[in-house]
Design a binder for this molecule. Structure first.
Ligand code: NAD
Length: 358
């Protein structure tokens, strides 16, 4: 059966970078079928909706989704239902994507891009697994109300943090399985000293660990984790955490590398179907200039092969090709330093294609 990939180029640099990733995918395996659809601002312009019905049908039918990026100043003043980000949230919800995997890898050749000392970050390779559909971001009740408090009518804001045991087990399994395929270490991050929800999180992770004797589980409070990530990030292999802590820690981890154009991500459902996208946005400031770095999207395509199509070998072929082009001194403008060779988006795609075969 032919595997089908739904490609959503999106806005800004999205079309330029997804084009390169699709070329690379087709070069490693000719058995895929790819079909494009609209998501984000371009979809609003064409249909009035950031997640049109045709896109929804294609995304649901496909075996995996590859996304560029959405958004841009043109749509910032639109009503919320016509904002590009609304389309992004809608597709994540529609496809029941509950696990977000964000690797933060710093290739030794790019160690100078980080604001941290090269010896602290060179060779960094961590994976943050973030729960994506629960926690305080979605908990009810929530709102801003006017209430009588201490004898005074005033506004009162409130949100609800909650996780069920089943939700924790579900994300825990993704993280333990990922650790098993990597260096066998998993750090679960919580705030059990003050939040009952995360006490349950710690308890469930500890119970689950019995099923994964080959994975070494540790626990860390989120404030310490934020500190350790900048103090000694290489101590981590896989980190698993809830939606809110994961939101913050995954951004912190990605910034350790200093090269946003290099970082892929995956969001998975329970059956391993996923949406794959670079961690960066649509970079409207450089859109249409042919200078965007396509490597994060190409590496997202490698994740697609590994996690949705179980094609680890082809994924590694792509990752090794990216390593090779960096070792050859090829750079896009965002990661350029003197003494290296500056390439545009298409030429970087060409270099990766050439490195696949060398
Ligand atoms: P951004 O990631 O788009 O850009 C931040 C900076 O990094 C810019 O200077 C940009 O030129 C640069 N950059 C980003 N990706 C690059 C690449 N591949 N190659 C070279 N340089 C790159 O973040 P932003 O400027 O805060 O947001 C721009 C738009 O993207 C906004 O509309 C925002 O809502 C949207 N956004 C979308 C997503 C997504 O689609 N998942 C994520 C974040 C932001």
């Amino acid at each position: 059966m032919t595997m089908k990939i739904c490609v959503l180029p999106g806005d800004g640099i999205g079309p330029e970078i997804t084009a390169e990733a699709v070329r690379v995918l087709k070069a490693v395996d000719t058995g895929f079928e790819t079909e494009e659809a609209l998501l984000g601002g371009c979809a609003v312009d064409a249909t009035g909706s950031p997640y049109p019905e045709a896109t929804r049908a294609l995304a649901r039918d496909a075996d995996a989704v590859l996304l560029g990026a959405v958004g841009g100043p043109r749509w910032d003043s639109k009503p919320r239902e016509q904002r590009p980000e609304t389309g992004l949230l809608a597709i994540r919800k529609d496809l029941s994507l509950f696990a977000n995997l964000r690797p933060a890898i710093l290739y030794p050749e790019l160690a100078d891009s980080s604001t941290l000392k090269p010896e602290v970050v060179a060779g960094l390779d961590i994976l943050i697994v973030r729960e994506l559909t629960g926690d305080i971001y979605f908990g009810q009740p929530r709102g801003i109300e006017t209430r009588e408090i201490d004898g005074k009518r005033q506004r009162f804001g409130f949100n609800t943090m909650h996780y069920s045991e089943a939700e924790i087990v579900r994300i825990g399994r993704v993280a333990f399985e990922a650790a098993r395929k990597r260096r066998g270490r998993l750090c679960s991050v919580d705030k059990m000293n003050v939040l009952e929800t995360t006490q349950l999180w710690r308890d469930v992770m500890t119970e689950l660990a019995r099923e994964y004797p080959d994975v070494e589980l540790s626990h860390m409070l989120v404030d310490n984790a934020a500190m350790q990530l900048v103090r000694a990030p290489k101590q981590f292999d896989v980190v698993v955490t809830g939606n809110m802590f994961g939101d913050i820690l995954s951004d912190e981890a990605s910034m350790l590398t200093g090269s946003i154009g290099m970082l892929p991500s995956a969001s998975l459902d329970e059956r391993g179907k996923g949406l794959y996208e670079p961690s960066h946005g649509s970079a409207p400031d450089i859109a249409g200039q042919g200078v965007a770095n396509p490597l994060a999207t190409i590496l997202s395509a490698a994740m697609l092969l590994r996690y949705s199509f179980s094609m680890a070998e082809n994924a590694e072929r792509i990752e090794n090709a990216v390593r090779k082009v960096l070792a050859q001194g090829f750079r896009t403008a965002d990661i350029y330093s003197s003494g290296t060779k500056k390439l545009g988006t298409r030429a970087m795609g060409d270099a990766v294609l050439a490195a696949l075969d060398s």
